[in-house]
Every structure is written in C-alpha cells, then in structure tokens.
Write a protein that binds this ligand. Structure first.
Ligand code: ARG
Ligand code: ZN
Length: 880
C-alpha cells in the first residue's frame, strides 16, 4: 500500500517549540480562484533556545510569495520551503516579526480543511491541522496568540465578513471592495481560527450575562432559511444561561456568531466567538426536521457553546489530550440536555449510542484509549471513544465526587488553567486536589483501551441473614495493550425486597461501599451484607454508572421483577432489554426462530404493563418498546456473526410482541392522536415518540392493516417526525408500498437537500437485495452532489452502518461497493473516505464466508493505488 507519508507521532516525544508566536496580524484578500494571505507573526524565542536554532513553521498546499523579518526580505539561503514546512534557518534570538505572503485556492479545496468555499460562501475549518493550509504557522494547540484579522472582499460577493473575537472596524474600498477588522483579545491556538465571507442572511438576538454584559448574538445562513434558525437561537440562549447556573461560566466577548454552511466534514466547530456548523445541526422547522433533529440541534449548539470554556479558555496541550476538551464538553452537553428534558430518557439514549458505537470500536481493531499515546493521522481520532467514552469517564468522576465535589474540581481546574493549554493529568489533579482524594488508579480510564467486563453473582443465606455480592472484572487485550489492569468502577446499586421496596442492611464488609455506590477497584471482590431478612433482588449499575459490560446471575424472573419494581428508570429499561437479548440469542442459535414462547409472553406482558400504567414518561415508554438493535445482538454474540440470522430473529420477536400487544398498541396509538398545533414542548414530543413507537411496533406484525395504518399516518402527517416515523417503519419492514412511498417522499422534498438526506439514508437501509443496485443508480446520476459530505454519508454511510444484512452479503458485493466508493472519494475528501471505511471494524466477527469476503474487499482497496494518510491509517489498523 502506498500512502502520502509514513510517520507516527508519539506522546512521549512532546516538547515545546523553541520559539513561540504570541500575536498574529492577518490581512486576507478574498477573491474568486485565488486568495492572498498576508501574515505578520510576532515571534519570541523561548528561554534556553540556542542561537542558530531554526524556526520551523507548518504549511500545506501554500504558494509562498514573499518572506521578511522585521520588514527586511529574506535572501534565498535564509529559508527553506518544503510541501509541509517553511524553515527560517537562523532567526534572530530576540522578539521579531516574521512577514509572509501566500496564495491559496479555496475553490479547489475539496478536502474541506483550511479555507474553502461552500455553496458560494467562503469559510474555514482549522481543527486540528487546517490553519497550515491558510498560512505558515506553528500549527499546534500549545501555541496561544491574540489575533487581529483584516478581511477584504468584493462587497457584492461577500457583504458579510466575519472572524473571531470582536468587530474592530469596517469600511468601503475602491473597485466595489470593502473590508472588516476583527480583534480577538483571548489568546488562542490556531485550530480555533475562523473566517467567513459571503452573501448570507441572518437572525439577531441578544443575551445579558449575570454580570450585566450584553452579548449580540447572530446566526447566519443561506438567504431564505432564516426562519429555520430560530430554534437554534433559542437553544443558544438556554445554553448560555445554563452554563452560568450550573458551572458559573459566563461568555467573554461582545458578540457570538454562528454560521450554517452546507459542506462540512463533521458536525460543528467551536471557533472562538464564531462557531461554524453543518447546516443540518442548525436548521429546524417542523415541516423538515424530526424531533430527533431538534434534539441534535439543541445538543450541538450547546456543545459548541460550552467549548468556549472547556476547549477555548482552557485548551489542549497537544492532540493526544483531545478528550480533555471533547469528553468533558460532551459530558456538559449531556447534562444540559438532561436538565432541559427527561434525564432518564437522555441517559438511555446516550447509553444506547455508547454501546452501539463505542463498545464496538473498543472491541475491535480500531480500539484506542480515550487518550491515545501515538497516532499516524490525528483526524482519525475524533472518535466515539474520545467523545463518548471520554464523557463517561468525566461522569464517573462526577458520580464519585457528587455534584458539589465535581463543581469544586471544575472551579479549581479553571482557576489553575484558564488561558493555558492543559493535559489530562492537569484535569484529574484538579479533582484529586480539590476533593483530597487519590485518583492515581482512576486516571487509567484515560490510558487503557477496551470495555471492562464485570460479572456479578449473588448468594443469600437465610440462616445467617447474610447476602453476598461477588464481583469480578476483566478487560480483553486491545491493539498494543496485551495486559490490562483493574479499573476503578463505581457501581451504583440497591437491594430490593420481595414486596418491591428498597432494603437496607445493618453492616457491609469486604470492600468499599459509600452509600449506594460500590467502588470496585480490584480484579475481584466479595461483599457481605448483614441483617438481610429475605433474599433481595439486586439492582446493579443503576444509571449505568460505569461504561462496562455487566453480566449477572439474575434469572429472567428477577429481571422482570426489576422491570416492575426498580426505582431506577435506567435499570427498569435495562431489565427488559436483558430479557429480550436472552430471547434473541436463543433465537439466533435456532437459526432465526423463537424457541421459548412463555418467555416471549412474559416479556410482552411486562411491556404491556409499562405502556398501560407504569412509571415513566411517554418517551421512556417508547424506549422500552424498541428492542435491542441488530448491532446490539451481534455484539452480544461476538464471534461468527451471521447478520441474516440476527435480522430474522429480531423480526420474529418483534412480530410476536406486536401480535400479542396489538389491541394495546392500537388503543395507545389512537389515544395519543393530537391535532393541536405543532409544539416542541416536552409533553408534545414525548407523545409523538410513544405514538410513533406503537405504530412502528404494529408495523412489525406485518399485517396489511398495520401497513395501511402506517401509510395513512405517512400521508396525513403534518410534521416531519410523524412522516418519517411511518415511512421508516414501512421501509424497515420492507412493506409492499415502501418503494412507492419513498418515491413520493423524494418528489415532495426534491428541493430540500437536508430532507433529501433522509430519503438517501432510508433508501440505503431497505433490507432487500435490490438496495445495492438502487444505491449505485443514485450515485451514478450526474446531478448527485458527489462532493457534499452530508449526501455521501447519508447514502453510503447508512448502507455500511445501518443495513447489516445487505452490507454483509455473503458474496461480498456490499463490501466491494463500499471499498470502491472509499477509494474514489479518498481522492477528493480523505476524511469522509476514512470515516466510511471504519464500518469494517467488525469484519473479523463475521462467520467465515463473510469474513473472507470482507477481507478480500479490504485487500483490494490496499492494492488500489495511493491512499490518503487518513484512509491508509484506518485500513492498516483494520487489517492488522
Ligand atoms: N471540535 C469539534 C467538535 O467538538 C469537532 C472537530 C472535528 N474535527 C475533525 N477533524 N474530525 O465538535
Ligand atoms: Zn466538541
């Protein structure tokens, strides 16, 4: 395999640069085809730098026009240019100004890193290493500088000129040009740099901070879509208020701008004072966005805003520390959503994501610790491990320290590191020091990959009235980490008596138990509870208090007992999932058929009770109705996976449940009908969630009546949530009218790219052998936007990640299609290509025929020519 460059970067090699830059003045002349960047970098040698030490700046696809020091042009021998650097051979050993002029071509930038053009708008993406595609720089997060940016552009093409910080001047120039100056007083690393220039619409609002500072807020977007930004603005203001309330953190500039662009490699970016978003995470109106889309807009608006403190004010020393800002900020956005909505529902949703993405990553060839110690391509480490497992690690700290203890640690972290580039060690030390606890073992959550497997069994002795819990933990080897150590695992728990109420104990021995928290930090432990009058049922890992795989000795009856009586909603949900998983594993073993009718009945009865009365809101009830996903089941099986058997087993269980609950589902469906105007209020969204879950479950029965009901639901829908729910249910059931309705949907929304994504994604998920050919036809259409990441991911990403049966066709056709797609896209946008390729991380888990087919597709990608470093890195690790 040939790749662009071979190199591995190690954490142990971290060293500060001999020079640093503390002030940047940029003048950017934006013009179609070629933009010119004139940079003044204020350079200071670090103490101890030897005379004659060269200054090495990063660069990528830059055309250097001139270079000078303190105004004097440099001779040809004084510097050296390579494709990735500019070296000043013998810079002065004092403060000086390095002046460079480079030309770049944003219109040709299909990688969407650096300065590029999306739909007419010029914009930037610099994290992690995009700034070097704008100008020569120390493009690493530990160099913090203040920035002053002057932007010059044609006023007709770009009436809006935005950069980081506060506005500091603007005016007219000759030839129809104008300029704007932006000053960012907060020292920042280059990855937080941003500029936007274009002809954009906007909505404006304001927010007054607790200390009385008025902040001007704006969201910019394509003209005509302003009304779609109102919900995002509302979410922004709620985020700002929440961060003041919960963490005492106020905003620190006069303006906060958000820009929605349509070509963006991932979700959004927290550039200081100028967040740039994938438009799918800004736009939300009932006609085009589902309730899930609204949730995502709220979540990501909050996430990027929260980065202002966790990321921007305190940033990362190097990219190994990425989860210092990402894990922490995901934790903060999760908490925000929990406070704004239903906490149990949010927790269940987050755990579902963790299990279906992070656990899979952690159990395969791409496993890495939340803080890796080496990488070839940092872009490949914006992973669910860094983000979601990183958030779980922070959550465990909060669980063990309590809400106040956690807040104290956060306060100390900001007190110590505001304005600095910090490390995971700094973060953990703030909590250890503020709480006076030792976190030396805890920190290994950041350093060790793999999901710990925790097994708990129990034993009751009536004679002595003692109850024992025996715990063991073990983590399987992961690439580069053969031997694992024990983790500090906080297990929140309760004991439930025969009548369903909580049980206390007179004494517990054998390990650390603090209130309702077991701190399990050794390979094995045996707890003895005394004064237990009856055999209790234990509720373990309440709230999913640690990111582990738990197995217990509880019977299906015990689980159903928990489903009815546990005071912890997460574990009520989990108990039903556990029972369902047991049934499904047996069914898969039997080739896709249900084997134990009475267990299925017991599960259905418990579900009925949950829907009928049960504690929990409607959204919680909706979640209990959704059975474990095909991926969840594949994970539980582990090896020799046959996706078709899983698909059939799951279909059989859903059908059996639908048949048994039919009357109840119809009643609830009808009772929840709602003809009041659309609202995003909690009660309304939860109602839609449960009603649509009932419909989806009914469709699983496969009857003509259910299909007809769903079709009517689709046609009568007055919002996208209901329309998509019906369509999606019919598509996944491969109902006879599914193709016709997909066609109808496409015609209805042909002018709306974000809704078209829903069509692309659903079309790719049809569990039918014709799907692959239909996808190929869509891609071959000359009008298909081949360079837009959202379109590509919706179509091919959904196929590879959400259509397990067709992706893993035993003849290898699905695999080959995806690897050929990756090879093609890799030439234009390596990040999108590499991300799609990660769908193969499960290839070794398939049964032999599919495994061989997957391997052969991967091998031919390896031989297909030059791959980007991004794709080569993923491919190399996947095959290793
Ligand atoms: N920092 C951004 C965020 O939190 C994401 C940047 C992703 N960058 C990347 N190269 N994948 O959401
Ligand atoms: Zn983030």
């Amino acid at each position: 395999m040939r790749t662009e460059t071979e190199h591995t970067i190690y954490l142990k090699d971290y060293a500060p640069t001999p020079y640093f830059i503390d002030r940047v003045e940029l003048e950017v002349e934006i013009a179609p085809e070629k933009s010119v960047i004139h940079a003044l970098l204020h350079v200071v040698p670090r103490e101890g730098t030897e005379p004659g030490t060269p200054l090495v700046l990063d660069g990528d696809e830059l055309l250097l026009n001139s270079v000078a020091i303190d105004g004097a042009p440099l001779g040809l021998l004084a510097y050296e240019v390579t494709p990735s650097s500019l070296t000043i051979n013998e810079p002065p050993l004092r403060r000086f100004v390095l002046e460079t002029t480079v030309t770049i071509e944003p219109e040709k930038n299909t990688r969407l890193m650096g300065f590029y053009r999306s739909n007419g708008t010029w914009c930037t993406q610099c994290e992690p290493e995009g700034f070097r595609r704008i100008t020569y720089y120390l493009d690493r997060p530990d160099n913090l500088a203040t920035f002053n940016v002057t932007m010059i552009a044609d006023k007709a093409l770009a009436p809006v000129l935005l950069a980081n910080g506060n506005p500091a001047g603007s005016g007219e120039l000759e030839n129809g040009k104008h300029f704007a100056v932006w000053e960012d007083p907060h020292p920042k690393p280059s990855y937080l740099f941003a500029m936007v220039a274009g002809d954009l619409g906007a909505i404006h609002d304001s927010f007054t901070t607790t200390s009385g500072k008025e902040v001007a807020l704006a969201i910019y977007c394509e003209h005509g879509k302003e009304d779609r930004c109102l919900y995002a603005m509302d979410a922004l203001k709620r985020s700002m208020a929440w961060d003041e309330r919960r963490f005492g953190l106020e905003y620190d500039l006069d303006v906060f701008n958000i820009v929605a662009v349509s070509d963006f490699n991932f979700g959004a970016m927290e550039n200081k004072g100028l967040n740039i978003f994938n438009d799918r995470l800004v736009f939300a109106i009932p006609e085009t966005a589902t309730d899930a889309d609204y949730d995502n807009v709220e979540r990501v608006i909050a996430h990027e805003y929260f980065h202002n403190w966790t990321g921007d004010r305190v940033t990362c020393r190097d990219w190994f520390q990425l989860c210092l800002k990402e894990g922490l900020t995901v934790y903060r956005d999760q908490e925000f959503s929990s406070d704004e909505r239903s906490r149990p529902v949010k927790r269940i949703e987050d755990v579902r994501l963790l299990r279906s993405a992070q656990f899979v990553e952690d159990g395969g060839p791409l496993a890495h610790p939340p803080r890796p110690d080496h990488y070839r391509e940092i872009n490949n480490f914006y992973t669910t491990t860094v983000y979601e497992k990183g958030a779980e690690v922070v959550r465990m700290l909060a669980t063990m320290l309590g809400r106040e203890g956690f807040r104290k640690g956060m306060d100390l972290y900001f007190e110590r590191h505001d304005g600095q580039a910090a490390t995971i060690e700094d973060f953990v030390a703030a909590f250890a020091d503020s709480a006076g606890v030792n976190l030396d073992q805890f920190i290994h959550w950041y350093l060790q990959a793999g999901t710990p497997q925790v097994a708990i069994s129990d034993e009751y002795d009536a004679a002595s009235q003692t109850y024992k819990l025996k715990l063991t933990q073990k983590t399987d080897p992961t690439p580069g980490q053969p031997d694992k150590r024990a983790m500090v695992i906080p297990v929140r728990f309760g004991l439930i008596g025969p009548n369903g109420s909580p049980m206390g104990w007179s004494k517990v021995s054998g390990g650390k138990v603090e209130g309702d928290l077991i701190i399990f930090e050794t390979d094995a432990m045996e707890l003895t509870f005394e004064g237990i009058a009856n055999r209790p049922v234990p509720s373990l890992l309440r709230e999913f208090s640690a990111p582990v795989k738990l197995t217990t000795s509880l019977s299906a009856e015990d689980q159903l007992f928990l489903a009815r009586h546990d005071s912890d909603p997460f574990n009520r949900w989990q108990a039903l999932q556990t029972v369902a998983t047991g049934i499904l594993l047996d069914a898969v073993r039997a080739g896709g058929k249900l084997t134990d009718a009475s267990r299925v009945e017991a599960l259905a009865d418990a579900l009925r009770e949950t829907i009928e009365g049960g504690s929990g809101d409607d959204a919680f009830k909706a979640l209990t109705l959704s059975m474990p996903t095909e991926d969840n089941i594949a994970q539980a099986i582990g090896q020799n996976v046959d996706p078709l058997a899983i698909h059939e087993a799951r279909g059989a269980l859903r059908k059996a449940i639908a048949q048994r609950l039919q009357d109840r589902l119809v009643l609830t469906y009808n009772a929840l009908a709602d003809d009041s105007p659309f609202s995003t209020a909690q009660a309304a969204t939860q109602r839609r969630a449960l009603r649509n879950a009932c419909l989806t479950q009914l469709v699983a029965s496969g009857t003509d009546e259910a299909f007809a009901l769903a079709e009517a639901h689709y046609r009568g829908a007055t919002n996208m949530t209901d329309r998509m729910a019906a369509l999606s249910a019919l598509v996944h059931a491969n109902a006879p009218m599914a193709q016709a309705l997909l066609g109808d949907f496409r015609t209805l929304y042909t002018a709306d790219p974000l809704v078209l994504d829903k069509w692309l994604s659903l079309s790719a998920q049809v569990p039918d052998a014709g799907t692959l050919d239909r996808i190929k036809a869509i891609l071959a259409d000359p009008t298909f936007p081949r360079n837009n990441p959202n379109r590509l991911r919706s179509l091919v990403g959904s196929f590879a990640n959400a259509n397990p049966v067709q992706f893993a066709q035993p003849d290898g056709s699905g695999f080959r299609f995806v690897t050929e797609f990756v090879a093609d896209v890799d030439k234009r946008n390596p990040q999108v290509a590499a991300r799609v390729l990660t769908a193969f991380r499960i290839w070794r888990n398939y049964e032999p025929q599919r495994r061989a087919a997957a391997e052969s597709a991967l091998r031919s990608l390896e031989e297909s020519g030059t791959l980007s470093r991004n794709t080569a890195d993923i491919l190399g690790r996947t095959l290793a």
